[in-house]
Design a protein around this ligand. Structure first.
Ligand code: KIV
Ligand code: NA
Length: 263
């Protein structure tokens, strides 16, 4: 495949070729995700839940993220490494620059942050300094307390309009990629077609340019999983097989299916 860059992802979107993102938090799984042919690896702050045992991503620190990003980066491989900026590590421009510096120096090739319009200046400042940015809209887990739970977002016309406006704004600010989480499939498809930048969906239906799942969820290791998750161990019969089955299902537009989607 050759080293994946933001140009690769742009090219794939333009060609209508789906790409794949899988979370990883250590060198072994990062190697397996690379071997499965995923174009991108997300060192997600979901590690607060699946590794650290917290019930949200809020306790995760920049030091935690830098440690796991360095572990993943040591695996090498062609996949583009995206690392999450954790809760309150980008609340002000100064903190955002310091936090993003730590993750880039740990081996990230892009940083991800949760939010829309309010982050415009932060996104521009990061991009101007050479740090590619992935924005994250819809169900942004760092705001779980403000949402009153892990709930689908964008169900009302007003909410949908605001998510679309945020998406356009973060693209204008210079974001290279957008993650859309837990929004109705028609909204995600609409945003994906309106934006030039690639959109990675999770619980957002089949109409996005790419799909991401949390590693532990797709391996069937999580005790409770949301509607949008499929256990790929049943197809794969091994960790390697499950990762390959997920990659293949996304590329063939077989995942997500109707029953993984919010209407
Ligand atoms: O932290 C994470 O794993 C994420 C994905 C679910 C998009 O942000
Ligand atoms: Na995250």
């Amino acid at each position: 495949m050759g080293k994946v860059t933001i140009s690769t992802l742009d090219r794939m979107k333009a060609a209508g070729e789906k790409f794949v993102c899988i979370t990883a938090y250590d060198a072994t799984f990062a190697r397996l995700v690379n071997e499965a042919g995923a174009e991108t690896i997300l060192v997600g702050d979901s590690l607060g839940m699946v590794l650290q045992g917290h019930d949200s991503t809020i306790p995760v620190t920049v030091d935690d993220m830098a440690y796991h990003t360095a572990c993943v980066a040591r695996a090498g491989g062609d996949a583009l490494v995206i690392a999450d900026l954790p809760f309150m590590s980008y609340d002000r421009l100064e903190t955002a620059l310091d936090s993003a510096t730590a993750l880039m120096q740990a081996g990230a090739q892009m940083v991800k942050l949760e939010g829309g319009v309010w982050l415009s200046d932060t996104i521009s400042a990061l991009v101007e300094r050479g740090i590619p940015v992935c924005a994250h809209l819809g169900l942004t887990p760092q705001s779980v307390n403000a949402f009153g739970g892990f709930k689908v977002q964008g169900r009302t016309p007003k909410e949908a309009k605001s998510i679309l406006a945020d998406a356009v704004e973060i693209q204008d600010a210079g974001a290279a990629v957008l993650v859309l989480e837990c929004v109705p499939a028609p909204l995600a498809a609409d945003i994906s077609s309106k934006l030039d930048i690639p959109v990675i969906g999770i619980g957002a239906g089949a109409g996005t340019d790419a799909q991401v799942l949390v590693l532990h969820d797709l391996l069937g290791l999580s005790p409770r999983v949301p509607r949008f998750v499929r256990n790929f161990m049943t197809d794969g019969a091994s960790v390697q097989g499950a990762l390959a089955a997920f990659v293949a299902a996304v590329k063939a537009s077989e995942f997500p299916a109707e029953d993984h989607t919010y209407a």
